[in-house]
Design a protein around this ligand. Structure first.
Ligand SMILES: O=C(O)CCC(=O)c1ccccc1C(=O)O
Ligand SMILES: [Mg+2]
Length: 335
């Protein structure tokens, strides 16, 4: 993706000059990994994160680099709020661990529960969601995220099995736009909204899901959508309410998400930007973990001692710098 409005790409040497690569231990296994690797780059306006998941090919990762360049080299849209209310994110942990994980999120009244994990059953999901609802009480909000793991029938069945827990919405219950549209039709009588995540951030056309009437709201992430500005344009074009979420970023990446959330004209839902609580270490001295259910908007500066303490091994650093170079070539049209 390079939209016509994309500003010029800075020279590769400028990107690599101050680049740091870290490997942060997770407090709770997530997406099948126990460490989160991220590259951090410094531009004239500050620090930005480049952390596409390891399995992503360069064409997809290049969009994440465009986001980092935009954040570190360009002024960001004006903020209309300084605090971003966030949800707790609960990985698909065994039910016995729910209390311990949620205790890491200070003041969060909304919990997003990961469901439909491979190697688990609907009974595991129901038990986990039940435990969350019991801990939150009747007032908290509970949403689930299936990461496209269900077909339409499975999603409908799961929605019924989870109905008693009064869900706020279903995030990406099925993989395709057509399936989301079918499920939305089936659930319409009962007012259970559908949120599109992968159907926005991994789609060739991030607006297709809205055009198809297949979602009630969109989940948007600053890195995979090519930056704050482009994500704002996408939200406006969908005409749907938006939830800003992280990609399990370090606090630097979270500051990019917070900038997006701060600039959105309307922010009707708690945002998935509380994920610093899933990390056992971070790159800033005062990580963007939720306090009183919110994180502050604003740029953050990595702590040199933490960058050193969590520096990735040399071969991983080299791999990330090569990845930056390949993505840079794609963005500047020299690949
Ligand atoms: O939205 C949240 O609560 C946290 C972020 C999150 O769930 C996530 C983090 C990394 C990769 C994918 C996802 C996702 O929303 O599917
Ligand atoms: Mg999601």
């Amino acid at each position: 993706m390079t939209s016509p409005a994309s500003p010029p790409v800075p020279p590769l040497a400028d990107l690599l000059a101050g680049a740091r690569v870290v490997s942060l231990p997770l407090a709770t296994r997530f997406r099948g990994v126990e460490h989160r690797e991220a590259a951090l780059i410094e531009g004239p306006l500050g620090w930005a994160e480049f952390s596409p998941f390891l399995e992503y090919a360069d064409d997809e990762a290049a969009t994440w680099l465009a986001a980092a360049i935009d954040f570190a080299w360009h002024a960001q849209p004006e903020a209309v709020r300084t605090e971003i209310p966030v949800n707790a994110t609960l990985p698909a942990v065994p039910v016995e661990r729910v209390g311990e994980v949620l205790a890491r999120y200070d003041g969060c009244r909304t919990v997003k529960v990961k469901v439909a994990e491979r190697a688990q059953t609907l009974a595991d999901d129901v038990a986990r969601v039940r435990a969350v609802r019991e801990l939150l009480g009747p007032e908290g909000r509970v949403r689930i995220d299936a990461n496209g793991g269900w077909n339409v029938d499975e999603a409908e069945h799961a929605a019924h099995a989870l109905a008693e827990f009064d869900l706020e919405y279903l995030e990406q219950p099925c993989a395709t736009v057509a399936e989301l549209a079918e499920l939305r039709t089936r659930l319409r009588r009962w007012d259970l909204p559908i949120a599109a995540d992968e159907s926005v951030r991994k789609a060739q056309d991030p607006l297709a899901v809205a055009r198809a009437g297949a979602a009630d709201l969109v989940v948007v992430k600053a890195q995979p959508l090519g930056g704050v500005r482009r994500a704002l344009e996408i939200v406006a074009a969908t005409g749907l309410p938006a939830v800003v979420s992280s990609a399990l970023d370090t606090s630097v990446g979270l500051s990019q998400g917070a900038a997006l959330a701060a600039a959105l004209p309307d922010l009707p839902f708690d945002c998935g930007l509380g994920t610093a609580s899933l990390l056992a270490a971070d790159v800033v001295a005062d990580p963007l973990v939720p306090r009183g259910g919110a994180i502050p908007a604003g740029r953050v500066i990595p702590d040199p001692a933490l960058l050193d303490a969590h520096a990735a091994p040399p071969e991983r650093r080299a791999a990330w710098l090569e990845r930056i170079a390949r993505c840079h070539a794609l963005l500047s049209g020299t690949a």
